[in-house]
Design a protein around this ligand. Structure first.
Ligand code: FAD
Length: 457
């Protein structure tokens, strides 16, 4: 009789274009396992908003497996320990899994690779495995543009494989935790009331793609305008691996190639971020360039008060506040606004980028170790590829430039009735909207303070 095998699901909660699933199905009977591992990642344990997403995505995956005759076993603990025990219990010798680049996943893979179990790893969560995108001298890229050029030479990706029609699962009882007992959903207070805009899971990911493709042709004009629904909002689906990037590439590239390029380039950024944390695993915790270790970030009670104002969307800068409130309400923030809000924290408030990165980690449904760290360091100017620190975004200029009025009215109700250009800077326009604070710091003074601090580096 064929031994059963295990498919270890992590950030790859899909059945289509999933090489681990295809290989296990070809081998014989298998069970899917998801381990809620809060120990392996240490401080990078999955954040609050993503726990909400995970609950719903696992529900969808479990149903999709059951509909095909398969099973999803849920366990909580340290991934290698749980997998070893489960393999013993069901007499499995092989674990199939998609490859990931977060340092804690690589550590767990190393632990699992020893001993009598065979861990088979497959690619497919990136357009191309980052370790295969190399310079002419066979080195790794640390700068995006040449990485993207080299990556594009390997495109298009292979044709995505369909989900298996039927799955054979081993007979007999296998214990599983009840998802409801994991407490992934908020109870009191229910901060996820506004998360109903999302449909986690593989079907939801395909729906999001279907909705986005008709506006893809306008992506380049609209992507920076937060008042317009001009981007795909696929990032949480991509983080959880509910759809493969190859599927996205091939569906998008079917349209006129020139129009698809700016969006495909963003998928390239996603690959690049995985590349960076693969070669620099500590990137989420440490500056990409050591000189920044000497930066005198503000600390203490005043900085804490400012940080709190930023998290609550009460800085007095409407574009920043709208972004921070969108984040709290929906687990998402428009990319242009992420850049403005991050820059404001780092440069206007002179607060260490890592505090902002942690806040995003806990509040974003798309929180991703690589994407988050690389983007925060890009904005901060501390990264291996980044915007120079001295380029300080002016929120009051960015806001009208990208036509953010509608977005601000939507997310900052105190300003909902302000018409015209005053929406971008109500206090500057001589208004005092009830309940809305004046700016916590002036732009010019903040800019000078930031430049003086960075001059020490
Ligand atoms: P689209 O514009 O439709 O792009 C398609 C996909 O490309 C996205 O879903 C995403 O997977 C990828 N992508 C787009 N922009 C980037 C980028 N700059 N870097 C890497 N990948 C990108 N993205 C995350 O997925 N997780 C994070 O934790 C995260 N943290 C960020 C923190 C800061 C400070 C900033 C400035 C950006 C961050 N981003 C992060 C990148 C970006 O903001 C989001 O990926 C994007 O807003 C998601 O919206 P979308 O799916 O509509 O993107």
């Amino acid at each position: 009789m064929t031994r059963p095998s295990i498919v270890w699901f992590r950030q790859d909660l899909r059945l289509a274009d999933q090489a681990a699933v295809a290989a296990a199905s070809a081998d014989g009977p298998w069970i899917g396992v998801y381990v809620l591992d809060d120990e392996g990642p240490g401080p990078w344990a999955i954040g609050g908003a993503q726990r909400w997403w995970l609950h719903h995505s696992l529900t969808a995956l479990g149903e999709a497996l059951r509909a095909r005759g398969g099973r999803l076993v849920l366990r909580r603990g340290t991934s290698p320990d749980i997998l070893r025990k489960l393999a013993r219990d069901i007499d499995a010798r092989t674990i199939h899994a998609t490859r990931h680049y977060e340092p804690w996943w690589k550590a767990a893979e190393t632990v699992l690779s020893g001993g009598d179990l065979e861990l088979r790893l497959y690619d497919g969560n990136r357009l191309a495995p980052p370790e295969g995108v190399l310079t002419g001298a066979r080195g790794r890229y640390r700068i995006f543009t040449p990485y993207w050029r080299a990556l594009k030479e390997q495109m298009p990706p292979g044709r995505p494989a369909p989900a298996p029609h039927a799955i054979r699962a081993p007979h007999g009882a296998i214990e599983s935790d009840a998802l409801a007992n994991w407490g992934l959903l908020p109870v009191e207070p229910d901060w996820a009331a506004g998360f109903g805009i999302w449909t986690p899971g593989e079907a939801g990911a395909h729906e999001a793609l279907d909705e986005f493709l008709p506006v893809l042709d306008h992506y380049d004009e609209d992507r920076d305008r937060p008042s317009v629904d001009g981007t795909s909002r696929l990032s949480p689906h991509l983080h959880f691996g509910e759809i493969s990037p190859a599927t996205l590439w091939l569906r998008a590239a079917k349209r006129l190639h020139r129009q698809a390029e700016p969006w495909l380039r963003q998928l390239g950024w996603r690959d690049f971020c995985a590349n960076i944390v693969d070669i620099l695993p500590g990137y989420g915790d440490g500056n990409g360039r050591d000189a920044w270790d000497r930066m005198a970030w503000r600390r203490g009670a005043a900085a804490d008060r400012d940080f709190r104002a930023w998290t609550r969307g009460r800085t007095g800068y409407p574009i920043v506040d709208a972004g921070m409130r969108e984040l709290w309400a929906t687990g998402f923030m428009h990319n242009r606004v992420r850049m403005i809000a991050a820059s404001f924290l780092i440069k206007h408030l002179l607060i260490d980028w890592r505090r902002g990165e942690r806040w995003f980690w806990d509040t974003l449904v798309d929180a991703d170790y690589g994407n988050n760290a690389v983007n925060w360091q890009w904005v901060a100017g501390t990264g291996v590829d980044s915007n120079p620190f001295g380029r300080i975004m002016a929120p009051l200029v960015q806001s009208p430039k990208f036509d953010a009025g509608g977005y601000i009215r939507r997310w900052v109700p105190e300003l909902a009735d302000i018409e015209g250009e005053a929406i971008h800077d109500p206090h500057g326009a001589g208004l005092s909207p009830a309940g809305y604070p004046p700016p916590i710091v002036g732009h010019r003074e903040a800019r000078e303070r930031a430049l003086a601090a960075s001059a020490e580096i």
